[in-house]
Design a protein around this ligand. Structure first.
Ligand code: CDP
Ligand code: CDP
Length: 229
């Protein structure tokens, strides 16, 4: 068959989606698509322009002229994937606390979701993609050949976030605050009206507490090969 498969990976914040999806894509020779980076880039742009996030008309105007570019560095799989919006490199900026605090509100807006949905589906038109986010298996690629729902306990996810921040020299935020922030974002993402975070009925759930990154990657790659994709 000539069209390559699509792998959809969804789950709550800190479950390991980005890390695992990138490694799975590399091992299978597929493209990696970080849809969260797109929501973060739009959030950064709206905050940079001081647009009130509850003014949907103003948001729609900015979104209509937003051009997002995602690049995948093929050398170092640990290096952050470059993200550009309207010719600004926002790779670092989209990981800020401010963007993280506001992204769920932006991601609940219909005009933002409609716009990004179209862009994301364009990346998948030829297949051959490992896409990661909140609504990939349910809305973006409902016909994906393999759907994975990654989870971990909130304590474990907060520990991972804490370690990530410490590695970047930002270890000041306590575990409890991180856990609260993660839960608040998950609550907003799971309860919004449009395309909420939820497990697709045909997704395979992997609970990753106590599993290494390699073990999770192996479990997904094995499923992919078992299905002769
Ligand atoms: O990496 P992290 O778990 O912090 O989040 P992310 O994947 O970068 O996504 C950031 C935010 O974008 C999420 O909390 C959601 O509000 C939103 N998002 C979404 O609504 N739908 C997606 N497919 C991906 C992200
Ligand atoms: O994208 P998402 O928010 O779901 O998670 P992430 O940004 O990939 O962050 C997960 C963090 O937990 C990374 O620092 C990984 O190294 C670590 N980790 C993991 O992803 N999976 C495990 N089984 C164990 C640790």
């Amino acid at each position: 068959h000539d069209r390559q498969a699509i792998v959809a990976i969804d789950g709550p914040a800190g479950a390991g989606k980005s890390t695992v999806a990138r490694l799975v894509a590399r091992e299978l020779g597929l493209m990696y698509l970080d849809t969260g980076a797109m929501y973060r880039a739009v959030t950064w742009l709206l905050r940079d322009r001081d647009i009130p996030l509850d003014d949907e008309a103003a948001v729609a105007e900015v979104v209509a002229e937003a051009e997002i570019r995602l690049q995948v560095p093929d050398d170092d799989p640990q290096a952050p994937c470059p993200v550009w919006i309207n010719d600004r490199d926002v790779t670092e900026a989209i990981r800020s606390l401010d963007v993280t605090a506001h992204v769920s509100a932006v991601a609940a807006l219909g005009c933002v979701r409609r716009y990004l949905l179209k862009q994301q589906q364009r990346y998948g038109r030829q297949g051959g993609v490992v896409a990661e986010g909140r609504d990939i298996g349910t809305h973006v690629f409902p016909d994906a050949e393999l759907k994975i729902f990654l989870t971990a306990s909130v304590e474990e996810r907060a520990r991972r976030r804490h370690q990530d921040l410490a590695d970047r020299g930002e270890g000041q935020i306590g575990l409890e605050r991180l856990a609260r922030d993660l839960q608040e974002r998950d609550r907003k993402d799971s309860t919004r009206e449009i395309a909420p975070l939820t497990k697709a009925p045909d997704a395979i759930e992997i609970e990753t507490d106590g599993l290494s990154i390699e073990q999770v990657v192996r479990a997904i790659v094995d499923r992919y090969r078992d299905r002769h994709l």
